[in-house]
Design a protein around this ligand. Structure first.
Ligand SMILES: [Zn+2]
Ligand SMILES: [Zn+2]
Length: 366
């Protein structure tokens, strides 16, 4: 993995080439007009690196996620780190040259959800690469300064691009209220599942079990953070759950179960793996409706919660977890490619060849 420092980008001459989804399977590079500061609290950011997320790949393949449908050409990407190249007059916390992780969703700040401290639930959220809003696979990006998180000197811009999925995991594990000494089972060993396991461990969980159907992912999970791994078998959810409990010495069940897969059998297994009075958090997104073992939820008085994106303090904690070395996100970076190779990078993610692939910004030398 390269850790090259970024060359200074001159926003006046640099490219604003953007990677655009026209319709499913139809992408293009288009030089878009450079964005400008919308008000005195904004900063202009040169994008250095962007990670590809499952949602980006889903839009590329299907043009829609649930009721979010790509109707007009849309710039993809939302997991980015960049460098401040211009700061509005009211910006005090950031200056030109600062390296930042970019939180890519901007709430209205005025509604009940926002004022209640749950801005991730804002109905008027403007989220990058969620139609109709453009994403961050572009040269320059304008953001409110308070949604940009300065990276400490010991955190690279490439690691900065991993703050977004780590913040998703931080939010999920916070929803689960994981405390020291607990046992946590995470279904799914994709990037978010792996990061949930790592965050749970950082929060003090002493037993962290990763479950997946792909052995290579579990081998990685073991080297990354998990104390135990389990390959889901083609048996009933009850049987898989019994195997997990036995394998990890969980007795009557895990304190916390997290689904980071969205897959129906995994969700069912979650409810049979959690202990009486335990907590289940749904982080993965899959089908809208599934068969759900609701009697297990009821009889065990399981606390069930959803988790959506990230909210107050999650990005900040994610940056701290990286800076302190508690979550080694750089291990997740399989490859870094040049902007012109963006489509190839999407293909690699779709084929499951990589854990996390980063795309350099259009002004980044790779
Ligand atoms: Zn993402
Ligand atoms: Zn709002």
């Amino acid at each position: 993995m390269s850790t090259t420092t970024t060359t200074t980008i001159n926003p006046k001459t640099a490219s604003n080439l953007s990677f655009i989804l026209n319709k499913p399977h139809d992408v293009a590079f288009v030089d878009r007009p450079k964005p400008t500061l919308q008000n005195e609290h904004d900063v202009l950011v040169a994008v250095n690196y962007t990670g590809i997320c499952g949602s980006d790949v889903h839009y590329w393949q299907h043009g829609a996620i649930g009721h979010y449908v790509v109707k007009d050409p849309m710039v993809l990407g939302h997991e980015s780190a960049g460098t401040v190249v211009e700061a509005g007059s009211a910006v005090t916390e950031l200056k030109v040259g600062d390296r930042i992780a970019l939180e890519p969703g901007y709430p209205c700040r005025h509604c009940e959800a926002c004022l209640g401290g749950h801005y991730n639930l804002c109905p008027d959220m403007r989220f990058a690469a969620t139609p109709p809003y453009d994403g961050t696979l572009t040269g320059f990006w304008t953001a409110p300064a308070d949604f940009c998180y300065k990276l400490p000197d010991n955190v690279t811009l490439q690691e900065g691009a991993l703050v977004e999925p780590l913040a998703v995991a931080v939010h999920i594990v916070r929803q689960a209220v994981v405390t020291p000494g607990q046992s946590v089972v995470v279904m799914g060993a994709g990037p978010v599942g792996l990061l949930c396991a790592a965050v749970a461990k950082a929060f003090g969980a002493t037993t962290v079990v990763s479950v997946d159907i792909v052995e290579s992912k579990l081998n990685f999970a073991k080297s990354f953070c998990s104390t135990h791994t389990y390959i889901s078998q083609r048996v009933s959810a009850e049987e898989n759950a019994a195997n997990i409990r036995k394998l990890a010495g969980l007795g009557s069940g895990a304190d916390v179960v997290i689904d980071a897969s969205g897959a129906e059998p995994s969700i069912q297994t979650c409810l049979h793996t959690v202990r009486t009075g335990g907590t289940y958090v749904q982080g993965g997104m899959g089908r809208d409706n599934i068969t759900f073992p609701i009697m297990a939820l009821c009889l065990k008085e399981v606390t069930a919660k959803g988790s959506f994106r990230y909210g107050s303090g999650d990005y900040k904690l994610a940056v701290e977890l990286i800076a302190s070395g508690k979550v080694e996100v750089k291990k997740l970076i399989s490859e870094v490619v040049a902007f012109k190779d963006a489509e190839d990078a999407f293909k690699k993610v779709k084929q499951g060849e990589v854990i996390k692939i980063l795309i350099g910004g259009p002004n980044e030398k790779i």
